[in-house]
Design a protein around this ligand. Structure first.
Ligand code: HEM
Length: 132
């Protein structure tokens, strides 16, 4: 145990500024890539709120400050995604944006791999529609 908690995923990502940059790149990619057009259409025209909420959520999720919970309470993420039909296609569009944002960052290769695995798990958990 060290007081600086330098081993949290949050710190390995690079802290607040790097996490914000990751989330911003993720939404910029979603906003501009045909690869993500179906899930982009689920979101409001402005992505400002989405950026803020995903940043706040990932802060706590990665072991940093629990910003989302402090402001909104328990995330209940799966329930909050119920209004949007999410199957393998939508999951993969989300992951396409996130994996690319991770790849483009300057995190250590092992941190990138770890994040991609964790993001796959959480995105797969969000699926709520049977495949045709
Ligand atoms: C699997 C495909 C996914 C799709 C299609 C999707 C789509 C959406 C949409 C349309 C919203 C509502 C707009 C907004 O508030 O931003 C939303 C909210 C949110 N999503 Fe996702 N999402 C997915 C996966 C994920 C994953 C994997 C995470 C976490 C790692 C996540 C975290 C969030 C958060 C924190 C919110 C805000 C919830 C709230 O307070 O309203 N989403 N998502």
């Amino acid at each position: 145990m060290n007081d600086l908690n330098l081993n949290s995923l949050y710190d390995l990502i690079g802290g607040e500024a790097k996490l914000r940059a990751l989330v911003d790149r993720f939404y910029d990619l979603m906003d501009s890539s045909p690869e993500a057009k179906d899930i982009r259409a689920y979101h409001a025209r402005s992505l400002t709120q989405s950026r803020e909420k995903l940043f706040m959520f990932l802060s706590g999720w990665s072991g940093g400050p629990s910003l989302y919970i402090e402001k909104y309470g328990h995330p209940r993420l799966r329930m909050r995604h119920n209004p949007f039909a999410i199957g393998e296609r939508e999951r993969d569009q989300w992951l396409w944006c996130m994996n690319k944002a991770v790849e483009e960052s300057d995190m250590l290769p092992a941190v990138k791999e770890h994040l991609k695995t964790r993001f796959y798990e959480v995105a797969d958990f969000m699926r709520n529609k049977a495949e045709e």
